[in-house]
Design a protein around this ligand. Structure first.
Ligand code: AMX
Length: 400
């Protein structure tokens, strides 16, 4: 376990969600289909609102419509960025990856930290969670603005993201700032921002914000560090990698391939020593329910899309290939195998940007976890490490 990335080692307490290897994620006890049914929706919408999952993760209770709208209003009121953050984003070179821009802008927001100010005033530690909550609300409000500025600077004309509409929900304002006016794209955003929010405590992003936060770094610095972890290809960057992977297949085979063509292509890819992005998981041992609900969205809204057909055919053949290869413990698709296809369908073709969307959503999980960690007064995280020599000595002592 020590050499194997601490898989299955129980070493953290996380209140917000629990990941069962067979069943998938439960947010405060509710599965994704249950959340889709129970959480409040926008007027005329069918997908749950991210504001509602924030409430659920923070309190353990399903909010009503009034409570959900109150969060939408709070986030709309707090969405403006300080000038220095906008200036910094506007001055980044176009070849700086959007995740590096995202990480930097979040860290720079530390100028606004109520927690850092309160700590230096010397407030009692029993109140730390209140300032963590305030910072978290501000950060969640500002993340779509940061993400939209990055998007417009890199992929559009760099024009202003416009003014937040206080009558709209978080996702609707985000879609508008990005420059998308299709109501179905806004619905996709609501679903996307809910399902990527939380995946218990041990994943790289949540674990990072927990670890950094345990040093009493403020929520901006803690979450910025988490986003640096999300930017790794084995974690959140996999959604970008999946689109690169699909594009290579389309380039080589076009859209008129047989299952045998695809099977051979994937085998050759594996033989070249690369992973199949979007497949496998450190904990899950079945198809990710986050994949399944995105597949349902696609079946409902874009059943004839060529790229969706490719993703569906890969779903048919890849698990058998991975099983035959005999290495991956989980041959089934994870959340990242599907998200890019949906975004492409609505015209968001800039795959380097996808992990930023994941990051906006993951803030809901990381920050609700951080509030609880501060509320429970969890201490500095500092596990013990061994040297290999020390472990050899331990093993030798046991043998005797
Ligand atoms: N394609 C090819 N090989 C894979 C594989 C895949 N999709 N998934 C696992 N393997 C290989 C591993 O590389 C490892 O090979 P090695 O022994 O030569 O090092 C072996 O199978 C055993 O790995 P594992 O115990 O099944 O997985 P893990 O817990 O070590 O890693 C993960 C999990 C997700 C990193 C891995 O499955 C992977 O690399 N998948 C592709 C990348 C991806 O989709 N990441 C996103 C995960 C979800 C998320 O965080 N967003």
């Amino acid at each position: 376990m020590i050499y194997g990335g601490m898989r299955s080692m129980k070493g953290m307490v996380t209140e917000t969600s629990v990941l069962d290897p067979e069943e998938g994620i439960r947010f405060r006890g509710y599965s994704i289909p249950e959340c889709q049914k129970l959480l409040p929706k926008a007027a005329g919408g069918e997908e749950p609102l991210p504001e509602a999952i924030w409430w659920l993760l923070c309190t353990g209770e399903v909010p009503d419509e009034k409570q959900t709208t109150a969060i939408s209003k709070e986030w709309a009121a707090r969405a403006d960025l300080p000038d220095h953050v906008v200036r910094m984003l506007d001055n980044f070179p176009a070849n700086l990856h959007p995740m590096a821009q995202f990480v930097s802008a979040i860290a720079a927001l530390n100028s606004e930290s109520k927690f850092a100010q309160a700590y230096s005033r010397g407030v009692h530690k029993s109140t730390y969670w209140e300032y963590t909550y305030e910072d978290s609300m501000n950060l969640l409000a500002k993340l779509p603005t940061i993400a939209a500025v990055i998007y417009r600077n890199l992929y559009r004309d760099g024009s202003s993201v416009g003014v937040i509409d206080p009558t709209k929900d978080w996702s609707a304002n985000f879609a508008a700032m990005l420059g998308y006016d299709d109501p179905l794209f806004t619905e996709l955003m609501r679903l996307y921002l809910v399902i990527h929010s939380d995946h218990e405590g041990g994943n790289v992003s949540a674990h990072t914000s927990h670890l950094v936060g345990s040093a009493l770094s403020d929520p901006y610095l803690s979450f910025s560090a988490a986003m640096a972890g999300l930017a790794g290809p084995l974690h959140g960057l996999a959604n970008q990698e999946v689109l690169v992977f699909l594009s290579k297949i389309v380039k080589d085979l076009g859209h008129s391939y047989t299952e045998k063509d695809l099977h051979d292509w994937v085998w050759n890819h594996l033989k070249s020593g690369q992973v199949v992005p979007g497949y496998g998981h450190a904990v899950l041992r079945k198809t990710d329910p986050r994949y399944e609900c995105q597949r349902e969205f696609a079946l409902k809204h874009l059943p004839k899309d060529d790229l969706f057909r490719l993703v569906s055919t890969l779903y048919k053949i890849t698990p058998d290939i991975l099983l035959k290869q005999g290495k991956a413990k989980n041959p089934w698709p994870n959340v990242d195998a599907h998200s890019g296809v949906l975004l492409q369908y609505f015209g968001m073709t800039e795959m380097n940007y996808y992990t930023v969307l994941f990051g906006v959503s993951r803030a809901i999980g990381c920050l609700s976890q951080l509030i609880w960690a501060r509320g429970m007064g969890l201490p500095l995280e500092r596990p013990k490490s061994h040297s290999t020599e020390g472990l050899m000595k331990l093993a030798a002592a046991v043998k005797k």
